[in-house]
Design a protein around this ligand. Structure first.
Ligand code: FES
Length: 158
């Protein structure tokens, strides 16, 4: 009788130990899988939130869509993607070779150009009501899908 009770307890103990081992294994698996899945989703979300697609359109209407890093200037983005935007003065507002034309909604959503930028724009060829210097326009998350037109020619006033 005592032997039978001990054997039964032993079997239950073994089942319990087996169940605990199984739980520990599944917890361990969950711990190793969950962060990987979270990390993957999280990195993708971070990457998606740090860039927007913007379109450069040249004077002939040819377009190129690029990933633009939020916080970079339009000039930085153009140089990064080999878009024909000169930027001769390196963003010092001394040349107007980074002249670009925004759509009206984007133009009005931005802070107004400083007087120094206005002065340089006055010297730009093909000036429009929505012209800006690419070196002074910073990419924001609200610029997803905007089209930035490039003038047929630029003038270097340096
Ligand atoms: S790069 Fe010269 S004014 Fe923008």
């Amino acid at each position: 009788m005592l032997g039978s009770v001990l054997r039964s307890a032993g079997r239950q103990g073994s089942r319990l130990a087996l169940r605990q081992t199984s739980l520990a294994a599944s917890n361990s698996l969950a711990k190793t899988q969950a962060p990987v899945m979270f990390r993957g989703a999280s990195m993708s979300a971070v990457r998606d939130m740090s860039t927007v697609k913007i379109v450069f359109m040249d004077a002939e209407g040819a377009t190129e869509t690029v990933d633009a890093e939020i916080g970079d200037s339009i000039l930085d983005i153009a140089h990064e993607h080999d878009i024909e935007m000169e930027g001769a003065c390196g963003g010092e507002m001394a040349c107007s070779t980074c002249h670009c034309i925004l759509d009206e909604a984007t133009y009005h959503s931005l802070p107004a150009p400083e007087e120094e930028e206005e002065d340089m724009l006055d010297l730009a060829l093909g000036l429009t009501e929505t012209s800006r210097l690419g070196c002074q326009v910073i990419v924001t998350k609200d610029m997803e899908g905007i089209v930035i037109r490039l003038p047929a020619e630029t003038a270097n006033m340096q």
